[in-house]
Design a protein around this ligand. Structure first.
Ligand SMILES: *[C@@H]1O[C@H](CO)[C@@H](O)[C@H](O)[C@H]1NC(C)=O
Ligand SMILES: *[C@@H]1O[C@H](CO)[C@@H](O)[C@H](O)[C@H]1NC(C)=O
Ligand SMILES: *[C@@H]1O[C@H](CO)[C@@H](O)[C@H](O)[C@H]1NC(C)=O
Ligand SMILES: *[C@@H]1O[C@H](CO)[C@@H](O)[C@H](O)[C@H]1NC(C)=O
Ligand SMILES: *[C@@H]1O[C@H](CO)[C@@H](O)[C@H](O)[C@H]1NC(C)=O
Ligand SMILES: *[C@@H]1O[C@H](CO)[C@@H](O)[C@H](O)[C@H]1NC(C)=O
Length: 342
Protein backbone atom coordinates (compact mmCIF):
# COMPACT_ATOMS: atom_id res chain seq x y z
CA UNK A 1 0.00 0.00 0.00
CA UNK A 2 1.45 3.35 -1.05
CA UNK A 3 0.73 6.35 1.11
CA UNK A 4 0.74 9.90 -0.09
CA UNK A 5 2.79 11.34 2.72
CA UNK A 6 4.59 10.27 5.82
CA UNK A 7 2.07 12.21 7.85
CA UNK A 8 -0.78 10.31 6.28
CA UNK A 9 1.13 7.08 6.50
CA UNK A 10 1.68 7.57 10.19
CA UNK A 11 -1.93 8.57 10.67
CA UNK A 12 -3.16 5.52 8.83
CA UNK A 13 -0.86 3.23 10.73
CA UNK A 14 -2.07 4.88 13.90
CA UNK A 15 -5.66 4.33 12.87
CA UNK A 16 -4.90 0.76 11.92
CA UNK A 17 -3.18 -0.01 15.20
CA UNK A 18 -5.65 1.91 17.33
CA UNK A 19 -8.05 -0.98 16.97
CA UNK A 20 -5.41 -3.42 18.14
CA UNK A 21 -4.47 -1.13 20.99
CA UNK A 22 -7.77 -1.70 22.75
CA UNK A 23 -6.37 -5.06 23.72
CA UNK A 24 -2.63 -4.48 23.66
CA UNK A 25 -1.97 -1.04 25.09
CA UNK A 26 -3.38 1.40 27.52
CA UNK A 27 -2.75 5.03 28.40
CA UNK A 28 -2.61 5.17 32.22
CA UNK A 29 -3.63 8.84 32.17
CA UNK A 30 -6.97 7.84 30.67
CA UNK A 31 -7.79 4.54 32.32
CA UNK A 32 -6.58 1.92 34.73
CA UNK A 33 -3.97 -0.21 33.02
CA UNK A 34 -2.13 -3.44 33.76
CA UNK A 35 1.22 -2.94 35.48
CA UNK A 36 4.34 -2.66 33.29
CA UNK A 37 6.82 -5.51 33.42
CA UNK A 38 9.96 -4.14 35.02
CA UNK A 39 13.62 -5.07 34.80
CA UNK A 40 14.07 -6.45 38.29
CA UNK A 41 17.82 -6.15 38.41
CA UNK A 42 20.13 -3.19 38.54
CA UNK A 43 22.04 -3.84 35.34
CA UNK A 44 21.56 -5.65 32.05
CA UNK A 45 24.03 -5.69 29.19
CA UNK A 46 23.17 -6.98 25.74
CA UNK A 47 25.98 -7.83 23.34
CA UNK A 48 24.30 -7.88 19.94
CA UNK A 49 27.32 -9.51 18.30
CA UNK A 50 26.61 -12.64 20.33
CA UNK A 51 24.13 -14.10 17.86
CA UNK A 52 21.09 -13.39 20.02
CA UNK A 53 18.82 -10.41 20.58
CA UNK A 54 18.54 -11.31 24.27
CA UNK A 55 15.63 -9.69 26.06
CA UNK A 56 14.57 -7.61 23.06
CA UNK A 57 11.55 -8.15 20.83
CA UNK A 58 11.39 -7.26 17.16
CA UNK A 59 8.25 -5.18 16.68
CA UNK A 60 8.63 -4.32 12.99
CA UNK A 61 10.62 -5.75 10.10
CA UNK A 62 13.61 -8.03 10.54
CA UNK A 63 16.58 -7.47 12.82
CA UNK A 64 19.49 -9.88 12.76
CA UNK A 65 22.51 -10.40 14.97
CA UNK A 66 25.76 -9.99 12.99
CA UNK A 67 29.48 -9.62 13.73
CA UNK A 68 28.96 -5.84 13.87
CA UNK A 69 25.90 -6.13 16.09
CA UNK A 70 22.14 -6.06 15.57
CA UNK A 71 21.55 -5.08 11.95
CA UNK A 72 18.59 -2.89 10.98
CA UNK A 73 18.30 -2.42 7.23
CA UNK A 74 16.15 -0.33 4.96
CA UNK A 75 16.12 -1.97 1.54
CA UNK A 76 12.81 -0.78 0.17
CA UNK A 77 9.95 1.58 0.77
CA UNK A 78 8.06 0.80 3.96
CA UNK A 79 10.98 -0.82 5.81
CA UNK A 80 11.28 0.37 9.42
CA UNK A 81 12.88 -2.44 11.45
CA UNK A 82 12.52 -1.89 15.19
CA UNK A 83 13.23 -3.68 18.44
CA UNK A 84 12.15 -2.88 21.97
CA UNK A 85 13.07 -4.11 25.40
CA UNK A 86 10.70 -6.69 26.89
CA UNK A 87 10.75 -4.68 30.10
CA UNK A 88 10.52 -1.16 31.46
CA UNK A 89 12.96 0.75 33.63
CA UNK A 90 12.12 3.48 36.12
CA UNK A 91 14.86 6.09 35.97
CA UNK A 92 18.18 4.79 34.82
CA UNK A 93 21.17 5.01 32.54
CA UNK A 94 21.26 3.55 29.05
CA UNK A 95 24.30 3.34 26.75
CA UNK A 96 23.68 2.41 23.11
CA UNK A 97 26.80 1.78 21.05
CA UNK A 98 25.80 2.07 17.42
CA UNK A 99 26.64 3.06 13.88
CA UNK A 100 23.93 4.99 12.10
CA UNK A 101 22.60 4.18 8.62
CA UNK A 102 23.98 5.76 5.43
CA UNK A 103 22.15 6.96 2.32
CA UNK A 104 19.91 10.03 2.29
CA UNK A 105 16.98 10.78 4.56
CA UNK A 106 17.30 7.70 6.78
CA UNK A 107 16.63 8.28 10.47
CA UNK A 108 18.52 6.07 12.94
CA UNK A 109 16.99 6.42 16.35
CA UNK A 110 16.83 5.10 19.86
CA UNK A 111 14.32 6.31 22.37
CA UNK A 112 12.89 5.76 25.82
CA UNK A 113 9.12 5.76 25.82
CA UNK A 114 6.44 5.24 28.45
CA UNK A 115 2.80 4.18 28.30
CA UNK A 116 1.61 7.75 28.83
CA UNK A 117 3.94 8.98 26.04
CA UNK A 118 6.78 10.49 27.97
CA UNK A 119 9.69 10.17 25.59
CA UNK A 120 13.44 10.83 25.44
CA UNK A 121 15.15 10.60 22.04
CA UNK A 122 18.38 10.37 20.12
CA UNK A 123 17.94 10.70 16.34
CA UNK A 124 20.52 10.71 13.59
CA UNK A 125 19.63 11.87 10.09
CA UNK A 126 21.89 10.04 7.66
CA UNK A 127 22.14 13.05 5.36
CA UNK A 128 24.03 15.06 7.97
CA UNK A 129 27.25 13.29 8.77
CA UNK A 130 28.31 15.62 11.58
CA UNK A 131 25.09 15.89 13.56
CA UNK A 132 22.71 14.05 15.82
CA UNK A 133 19.58 15.38 17.48
CA UNK A 134 18.23 15.10 21.02
CA UNK A 135 14.61 15.54 21.92
CA UNK A 136 12.01 14.78 24.58
CA UNK A 137 8.24 14.81 25.09
CA UNK A 138 6.12 14.81 28.24
CA UNK A 139 2.75 13.02 28.28
CA UNK A 140 2.60 13.16 24.50
CA UNK A 141 2.46 16.97 24.49
CA UNK A 142 3.35 18.12 20.98
CA UNK A 143 1.94 21.62 21.18
CA UNK A 144 5.38 23.17 21.00
CA UNK A 145 8.36 22.01 18.98
CA UNK A 146 11.21 23.76 20.69
CA UNK A 147 12.53 20.77 22.60
CA UNK A 148 15.05 19.44 20.13
CA UNK A 149 18.76 20.26 20.00
CA UNK A 150 21.51 19.35 17.57
CA UNK A 151 24.79 17.88 18.76
CA UNK A 152 28.02 17.59 16.76
CA UNK A 153 29.30 14.07 16.15
CA UNK A 154 31.95 12.77 13.76
CA UNK A 155 30.97 10.39 10.94
CA UNK A 156 28.09 8.66 12.75
CA UNK A 157 27.41 6.56 9.64
CA UNK A 158 30.92 5.13 9.64
CA UNK A 159 31.97 5.17 13.28
CA UNK A 160 30.48 3.44 16.30
CA UNK A 161 29.67 5.98 18.99
CA UNK A 162 28.04 5.52 22.38
CA UNK A 163 24.86 7.55 22.74
CA UNK A 164 23.64 7.60 26.32
CA UNK A 165 20.81 8.91 28.43
CA UNK A 166 21.08 9.32 32.19
CA UNK A 167 17.58 9.84 33.52
CA UNK A 168 16.62 10.69 37.08
CA UNK A 169 13.66 12.41 38.69
CA UNK A 170 15.72 15.60 38.80
CA UNK A 171 17.30 15.90 35.38
CA UNK A 172 18.03 14.17 32.10
CA UNK A 173 21.50 14.09 30.62
CA UNK A 174 22.30 13.12 27.03
CA UNK A 175 25.90 11.87 26.75
CA UNK A 176 27.96 11.32 23.60
CA UNK A 177 30.90 8.95 24.11
CA UNK A 178 30.67 9.59 27.85
CA UNK A 179 30.54 13.37 27.66
CA UNK A 180 27.42 15.26 28.72
CA UNK A 181 26.15 17.22 25.69
CA UNK A 182 22.75 18.31 27.03
CA UNK A 183 21.02 18.56 30.40
CA UNK A 184 17.31 19.05 30.95
CA UNK A 185 16.28 20.00 34.48
CA UNK A 186 12.90 18.89 35.81
CA UNK A 187 11.75 22.48 36.35
CA UNK A 188 12.69 23.47 32.81
CA UNK A 189 10.03 21.18 31.32
CA UNK A 190 6.98 23.34 32.14
CA UNK A 191 7.70 23.08 35.89
CA UNK A 192 7.94 19.31 35.57
CA UNK A 193 4.59 18.83 33.82
CA UNK A 194 6.31 17.94 30.57
CA UNK A 195 9.22 16.16 32.25
CA UNK A 196 9.57 12.47 31.25
CA UNK A 197 9.07 10.63 34.55
CA UNK A 198 7.16 7.38 34.09
CA UNK A 199 8.50 3.83 33.51
CA UNK A 200 10.09 3.61 30.09
CA UNK A 201 10.73 0.94 27.53
CA UNK A 202 13.77 1.21 25.25
CA UNK A 203 13.08 1.21 21.52
CA UNK A 204 15.63 1.17 18.69
CA UNK A 205 14.90 1.46 14.98
CA UNK A 206 15.26 3.18 11.61
CA UNK A 207 12.80 4.73 9.19
CA UNK A 208 12.92 6.71 5.96
CA UNK A 209 12.15 10.37 6.63
CA UNK A 210 13.16 11.02 3.01
CA UNK A 211 10.62 8.64 1.52
CA UNK A 212 9.44 10.27 -1.74
CA UNK A 213 5.83 9.88 -0.61
CA UNK A 214 6.43 11.93 2.52
CA UNK A 215 5.44 15.56 2.77
CA UNK A 216 7.86 18.19 1.49
CA UNK A 217 8.47 19.36 5.06
CA UNK A 218 9.46 15.92 6.30
CA UNK A 219 11.70 15.28 3.28
CA UNK A 220 13.33 18.66 3.82
CA UNK A 221 13.94 17.90 7.49
CA UNK A 222 15.43 14.54 6.45
CA UNK A 223 17.85 16.33 4.11
CA UNK A 224 16.42 15.11 0.84
CA UNK A 225 14.68 12.21 -0.82
CA UNK A 226 15.71 8.67 -0.08
CA UNK A 227 16.87 6.86 -3.21
CA UNK A 228 16.13 3.21 -2.61
CA UNK A 229 18.28 2.17 -5.57
CA UNK A 230 21.28 3.08 -3.38
CA UNK A 231 20.12 0.73 -0.62
CA UNK A 232 20.72 -1.25 1.52
CA UNK A 233 21.02 1.32 4.32
CA UNK A 234 22.14 -0.62 7.38
CA UNK A 235 22.32 0.56 10.98
CA UNK A 236 24.26 -1.51 13.50
CA UNK A 237 23.82 -1.64 17.27
CA UNK A 238 26.79 -3.33 18.86
CA UNK A 239 25.61 -3.30 22.47
CA UNK A 240 23.19 -1.79 24.93
CA UNK A 241 24.07 -1.40 28.59
CA UNK A 242 21.13 -0.66 30.87
CA UNK A 243 21.07 0.39 34.51
CA UNK A 244 17.67 0.51 36.17
CA UNK A 245 17.80 2.90 39.14
CA UNK A 246 14.65 1.31 40.64
CA UNK A 247 14.74 -2.41 39.85
CA UNK A 248 11.34 -4.08 40.22
CA UNK A 249 9.30 -6.74 38.48
CA UNK A 250 6.30 -4.45 38.05
CA UNK A 251 5.47 -0.76 37.87
CA UNK A 252 1.94 0.36 38.45
CA UNK A 253 0.38 3.80 37.92
CA UNK A 254 -1.68 4.36 41.07
CA UNK A 255 -3.54 7.37 39.66
CA UNK A 256 -3.89 9.33 36.42
CA UNK A 257 -1.42 12.12 37.14
CA UNK A 258 1.57 10.61 35.31
CA UNK A 259 3.70 11.92 38.19
CA UNK A 260 6.66 9.76 39.22
CA UNK A 261 5.48 9.83 42.83
CA UNK A 262 2.35 7.97 41.70
CA UNK A 263 4.28 4.98 40.38
CA UNK A 264 4.37 1.95 42.63
CA UNK A 265 7.23 -0.49 42.09
CA UNK A 266 6.82 -4.05 43.31
CA UNK A 267 8.60 -7.37 43.19
CA UNK A 268 6.63 -10.55 42.85
CA UNK A 269 7.96 -14.06 42.99
CA UNK A 270 7.41 -15.80 39.68
CA UNK A 271 5.10 -18.70 40.12
CA UNK A 272 2.42 -20.39 38.13
CA UNK A 273 0.21 -19.92 41.15
CA UNK A 274 -0.13 -16.17 41.29
CA UNK A 275 -1.68 -16.23 44.74
CA UNK A 276 1.74 -17.12 46.08
CA UNK A 277 3.20 -13.84 44.92
CA UNK A 278 4.90 -11.54 47.31
CA UNK A 279 6.29 -8.07 47.24
CA UNK A 280 8.36 -5.57 49.10
CA UNK A 281 8.30 -1.84 48.86
CA UNK A 282 11.17 0.21 47.61
CA UNK A 283 13.08 1.83 50.39
CA UNK A 284 15.11 4.99 50.07
CA UNK A 285 18.55 3.93 49.04
CA UNK A 286 21.87 5.73 49.04
CA UNK A 287 22.97 4.00 45.84
CA UNK A 288 22.60 7.24 43.94
CA UNK A 289 21.08 10.45 45.09
CA UNK A 290 18.74 10.36 42.13
CA UNK A 291 17.35 6.94 42.83
CA UNK A 292 17.15 7.79 46.50
CA UNK A 293 14.99 10.75 45.74
CA UNK A 294 12.79 8.74 43.40
CA UNK A 295 12.65 5.78 45.74
CA UNK A 296 11.80 7.63 48.87
CA UNK A 297 8.66 9.00 47.34
CA UNK A 298 7.39 5.70 46.05
CA UNK A 299 4.40 4.30 47.77
CA UNK A 300 4.80 1.18 49.85
CA UNK A 301 2.85 -1.71 48.44
CA UNK A 302 0.43 -3.99 50.20
CA UNK A 303 0.33 -7.71 49.59
CA UNK A 304 -3.08 -7.35 47.99
CA UNK A 305 -1.88 -4.91 45.36
CA UNK A 306 1.29 -6.93 44.91
CA UNK A 307 -0.67 -9.94 43.83
CA UNK A 308 -2.67 -7.71 41.52
CA UNK A 309 0.59 -6.48 40.01
CA UNK A 310 1.91 -10.01 39.77
CA UNK A 311 -1.14 -11.28 38.00
CA UNK A 312 -0.86 -8.56 35.39
CA UNK A 313 2.81 -9.03 34.60
CA UNK A 314 2.48 -11.79 32.06
CA UNK A 315 -0.27 -9.97 30.23
CA UNK A 316 1.56 -6.74 29.51
CA UNK A 317 2.34 -6.89 25.84
CA UNK A 318 4.07 -4.75 23.28
CA UNK A 319 2.06 -2.11 21.53
CA UNK A 320 3.46 -1.58 18.05
CA UNK A 321 0.98 1.27 17.92
CA UNK A 322 2.90 3.27 20.44
CA UNK A 323 6.01 3.00 18.27
CA UNK A 324 4.10 4.61 15.47
CA UNK A 325 2.64 7.08 17.88
CA UNK A 326 6.17 8.08 18.66
CA UNK A 327 7.25 8.19 15.04
CA UNK A 328 4.10 10.15 14.39
CA UNK A 329 5.01 12.53 17.18
CA UNK A 330 8.50 12.97 15.81
CA UNK A 331 7.31 13.30 12.23
CA UNK A 332 4.80 15.97 13.08
CA UNK A 333 7.35 17.78 15.20
CA UNK A 334 9.91 17.75 12.47
CA UNK A 335 7.38 18.49 9.83
CA UNK A 336 6.93 21.78 11.60
CA UNK A 337 10.67 22.14 12.13
CA UNK A 338 11.16 21.45 8.42
CA UNK A 339 8.60 24.01 7.39
CA UNK A 340 10.17 26.61 9.61
CA UNK A 341 13.36 26.22 7.60
CA UNK A 342 11.67 27.29 4.37
C1 LIG B 1 25.43 2.06 2.42
O1 LIG B 1 26.13 0.99 3.00
C2 LIG B 1 25.87 -0.24 2.37
C3 LIG B 1 26.57 -1.31 3.17
O2 LIG B 1 27.86 -0.92 3.52
C4 LIG B 1 26.32 -0.19 0.93
O3 LIG B 1 26.04 -1.42 0.27
C5 LIG B 1 25.62 0.94 0.23
O4 LIG B 1 26.12 1.08 -1.09
C6 LIG B 1 25.81 2.24 0.97
N1 LIG B 1 24.98 3.24 0.34
C7 LIG B 1 25.38 4.50 0.21
C8 LIG B 1 24.42 5.40 -0.50
O5 LIG B 1 26.45 4.91 0.63
C1 LIG C 1 2.55 21.59 26.41
O1 LIG C 1 3.82 22.18 26.32
C2 LIG C 1 3.84 23.57 26.18
C3 LIG C 1 5.26 24.06 26.11
O2 LIG C 1 6.09 23.23 25.39
C4 LIG C 1 3.14 24.24 27.32
O3 LIG C 1 3.07 25.63 27.10
C5 LIG C 1 1.75 23.66 27.50
O4 LIG C 1 1.17 24.18 28.66
C6 LIG C 1 1.81 22.16 27.59
N1 LIG C 1 0.48 21.62 27.65
C7 LIG C 1 0.11 20.80 28.62
C8 LIG C 1 -1.29 20.28 28.53
O5 LIG C 1 0.86 20.46 29.51
C1 LIG D 1 -2.79 -21.94 44.43
O1 LIG D 1 -2.90 -21.46 45.75
C2 LIG D 1 -4.21 -21.67 46.30
C3 LIG D 1 -4.26 -20.98 47.66
O2 LIG D 1 -3.16 -21.35 48.44
C4 LIG D 1 -4.50 -23.16 46.37
O3 LIG D 1 -5.79 -23.36 46.87
C5 LIG D 1 -4.39 -23.74 44.99
O4 LIG D 1 -4.57 -25.14 45.05
C6 LIG D 1 -3.05 -23.43 44.36
N1 LIG D 1 -3.02 -23.87 42.98
C7 LIG D 1 -1.99 -24.47 42.45
C8 LIG D 1 -2.09 -24.84 41.00
O5 LIG D 1 -0.97 -24.71 43.08
C1 LIG E 1 6.21 -12.08 51.92
O1 LIG E 1 7.53 -11.72 52.29
C2 LIG E 1 7.62 -11.28 53.63
C3 LIG E 1 9.02 -10.75 53.83
O2 LIG E 1 9.99 -11.58 53.23
C4 LIG E 1 7.26 -12.43 54.55
O3 LIG E 1 7.33 -12.01 55.90
C5 LIG E 1 5.84 -12.90 54.25
O4 LIG E 1 5.53 -14.03 55.02
C6 LIG E 1 5.73 -13.25 52.77
N1 LIG E 1 4.34 -13.54 52.44
C7 LIG E 1 4.01 -14.56 51.68
C8 LIG E 1 2.54 -14.69 51.40
O5 LIG E 1 4.81 -15.36 51.23
C1 LIG F 1 13.31 -6.12 43.53
O1 LIG F 1 14.34 -7.06 43.50
C2 LIG F 1 15.58 -6.55 43.03
C3 LIG F 1 16.53 -7.69 42.89
O2 LIG F 1 16.59 -8.43 44.07
C4 LIG F 1 16.05 -5.49 44.01
O3 LIG F 1 17.27 -4.94 43.57
C5 LIG F 1 15.02 -4.39 44.08
O4 LIG F 1 15.38 -3.42 45.02
C6 LIG F 1 13.64 -4.96 44.43
N1 LIG F 1 12.67 -3.92 44.23
C7 LIG F 1 11.64 -3.75 45.05
C8 LIG F 1 10.63 -2.74 44.64
O5 LIG F 1 11.51 -4.38 46.08
C1 LIG G 1 9.04 -10.88 23.69
O1 LIG G 1 9.81 -12.01 23.49
C2 LIG G 1 9.74 -12.93 24.57
C3 LIG G 1 10.77 -14.00 24.35
O2 LIG G 1 10.84 -14.40 23.03
C4 LIG G 1 8.33 -13.46 24.67
O3 LIG G 1 8.24 -14.36 25.74
C5 LIG G 1 7.41 -12.28 24.92
O4 LIG G 1 6.08 -12.71 24.93
C6 LIG G 1 7.58 -11.23 23.87
N1 LIG G 1 6.87 -10.06 24.31
C7 LIG G 1 6.06 -9.44 23.52
C8 LIG G 1 5.45 -8.26 24.15
O5 LIG G 1 5.82 -9.77 22.38
Amino acid sequence: MIFKSYYQWATLVLAATAAAQTTTSCNPLKKTCPADTGLNKYRLNTDFTSGSLGRWNTTAGTVTSTDLGAKFTISEQGDAPTIESEFYIFFGHVDVKMRAANGTGIISTWILESDDLDEIDWEQISTYDTEIQTNYFGKGNTTSYDRGTTVTVSTPGETFHTYSIDWTSERIEWLLDGEVVRTLEYADAVDGTNYPQTPMRIRIGIWAGGDPDNSAGTISWAGGETDYTESPFPMYVESVDIINYNPASAYKYTDKTGDYTSIKATNATTSTNLSSSNSSSIRASSKTSASARASSSLIASSSASASAAASSISFVSAAPGSYYTSIFTMAVGFLVAGLVQF
